[in-house]
Design a binder for this molecule. Structure first.
Ligand code: HEM
Length: 405
């Protein structure tokens, strides 16, 4: 049975997306995002350059990742436009005197606008103003001045040319180099084309069957725009239609403002719910319409499923129920769940297959169920795919969230 890797993205892709959104949200440029990384199954060579690493060794770390000296200077300047050096982790850069009631972490900002992705780190270094390039340039401890050694390694030519290029040039440089950093993958990995966000996106759309045997389709339409969002959207599937207005709470993103339109469509019971709709149509006020596929032949039933913490730390009990139309059989639930791994903050995504057995019938559907005890306490990040094969084709209801009890 396939594991549906498309439905539980690799942690490496999530980290890359985190970099793209952090840079954008801090006022920086949009770095085109590509997916398709494959998570490492073990550690690589350990270590990154430290403040007291000599220049040749520092450059060899960068060279191993495909960056020459000029690249290394530019990439470090792009990274060090954000954040600070902290006494706790780096006392040889920031001495005891940096800790005070107003600065309990002993933080020294890398530039004067440490929460903004901008050219200030370059300009302040070149002009000797503000943070003058930050603590890795100015540290009391000469051997900890790693940025100074790097920036001076070509007589400041690269830093001066970055300053001359202004914000536009700096942003272009950072898009190029941060993009290369994110997209450096093993030779056998093929990244996707650049992923653009969908303008209208159905979120958590799921069939369920209520106590009266009525099938219900619920979900939210997320509408992304840089202009004004429509007051209402019309959602229709099969014989059911609902005009729905936006929730007052909006989201913001580097791509624009997001508005959310919740909907509930009901399909009263029939003898065979093979007749449930196979598509959902969203019509906006401007009468543009978009259609999305639904999977009425098999679906996870949230109201009959649950996830329960167990008395053991880092362990959860998951009870999964799905509904099957008469035309499909032998489904498996594939649970994707994160586990903590030693030596890194990144969780490891694990998959466990659960065989589903018939447990009843409802509204013309067979109900199938199964359960598993999983070695994770990170329950909110768990998702379930219900998968089977029909005529050699995979049929899947992917990426379902299990209600927590
Ligand atoms: C020459 C190589 C480098 C050295 C020796 C170095 C060293 C450091 C050190 C010691 C800190 C302070 C961390 C803390 O106290 O929390 C820091 C912060 C940071 N570095 Fe680097 N770095 C290097 C290159 C890079 C590169 C290439 C990037 C990204 C492209 C980068 C991005 C950052 C960011 C964003 C912070 C701020 C972290 C925070 O505020 O929590 N650095 N770096």
């Amino acid at each position: 049975m396939p594991k549906c890797p498309m439905h539980s993205p690799p942690v490496a892709d999530v980290l890359a997306l985190g970099t793209v959104t952090s840079v954008g949200n801090c006022g920086g440029p949009q770095i085109p995002y590509r997916g398709g990384r494959i998570d490492a199954t073990g550690p690589g060579a350990s270590g990154v350059p430290a403040p007291d690493t000599d220049l040749a060794t520092t450059l060899s770390f960068f060279a191993n990742a495909g960056f020459n000296k000029v690249d290394s200077i530019k990439l470090t300047a792009c990274g060090h436009t954000l954040g600070s050096v902290h006494h706790g982790g780096f006392p040889t850069v920031m001495d005891n005197s940096t800790v005070s009631p107003n600065n309990t972490q002993g933080a020294g900002h890398l530039d004067s606008t440490n929460a903004g992705f901008d050219i200030d780190v370059v300009e302040e270094y070149v002009s000797g103003t503000g943070q003058r390039g930050g603590p890795l340039v100015t540290s009391f401890n000469e051997s900890s001045r790693s940025d100074l050694r790097l920036y001076e390694s070509d007589n400041n030519t690269t830093m001066q040319s970055l300053a001359k290029g202004g914000t536009e040039g700096f942003f272009g440089t950072c898009v190029d180099l941060l993009g290369r950093m994110l997209n450096t993958v093993p030779a056998n990995v093929r990244l996707t084309d650049v992923v653009e966000p969908m303008n209208i996106k159905p979120v958590n759309v799921t069939f369920d069957i209520d106590d009266t045997g009525t099938a219900i389709l619920t979900g939210v339409i997320r509408y992304l725009t840089t202009a004004t969002a429509p007051t209402s959207l019309t959602i229709s599937a099969g014989s059911a239609t609902q005009k729905t207005t936006a929730l007052s709470a909006q989201g913001s993103s580097i791509f624009g403002i997001t508005s959310f339109y919740p909907f509930t469509l009901a399909f009263p019971s029939t003898s065979s719910n093979d007749s449930l709709p196979a598509s959902l149509t969203v019509i906006s006020e401007a009468s543009t319409s978009q259609t999305y596929a639904l999977e009425p032949r098999l679906f996870f039933t949230p109201s009959l499923s649950s996830i329960v913490p167990t008395s053991t730390v880092n362990s959860s009990f998951v009870n999964i129920v799905a509904a099957l139309a008469p035309s499909v059989s032998s489904p498996v639930a594939v649970i994707a769940f994160p586990t903590v791994q030693e030596g890194t903050l990144a969780p490891k995504m694990m998959h466990q297959n659960v065989t589903l057995e018939v447990v009843g019938t409802k509204a013309g559907y067979s109900l199938v169920g199964g359960n598993a005890t999983l070695p994770t306490g990170l329950m909110r990040q768990l998702s379930v795919d219900i998968v089977t094969m029909v005529d050699g084709m995979e049929v899947v209801d992917a990426f379902n969230f299990v209600p927590q009890i």
